[in-house]
Design a protein around this ligand. Structure first.
Ligand SMILES: [Zn+2]
Length: 118
């Protein structure tokens, strides 16, 4: 996704490796984020969804740092099988999320009924 930086008005790719690495606000190019002393954005939130039932669980987690967030995301993707294409099954092994610094901000548990009835 191409965004225009609010500081230098240059277009940048929001999904680029560099931007993801550097972080910062959605409307700041990675160069400006770095120029300003790194990520000034609010806490690192990560929303994750589960694939159970028709209504997904949505869990918003807050991390103390990018490293924990990235590690959790990786583990979640592995554990939930998100990156395994069409195969609806768990990853080959379950990654541990132990020791990561995060707290659950909000959780919206869907119902697990496949027919969508309560
Ligand atoms: Zn910029």
């Amino acid at each position: 996704m191409i965004k225009t930086c609010k500081h230098c008005e240059m277009d940048f790719n929001l999904n680029s490796r560099h931007k993801k690495l550097v972080g910062g606000y959605i409307n700041e190019c990675p160069d400006c984020v770095e120029d300003r002393g790194g990520d000034q954005s609010p806490p690192k939130y990560l929303g994750v969804t589960a694939g159970n039932g028709k209504m997904c669980d949505v869990t918003i987690l807050k991390f103390d740092d990018h490293k924990s967030r990235a590690a959790f995301k990786k583990a979640w993707r592995n554990n939930s099988g998100q990156n395994l294409g069409k195969e609806c099954q768990l990853g080959e092994h379950i990654s541990s999320t132990a020791g990561l610094k995060f707290s659950i901000v909000s959780e919206n548990r869907g119902n697990d009924n496949h027919k969508g009835k309560s």
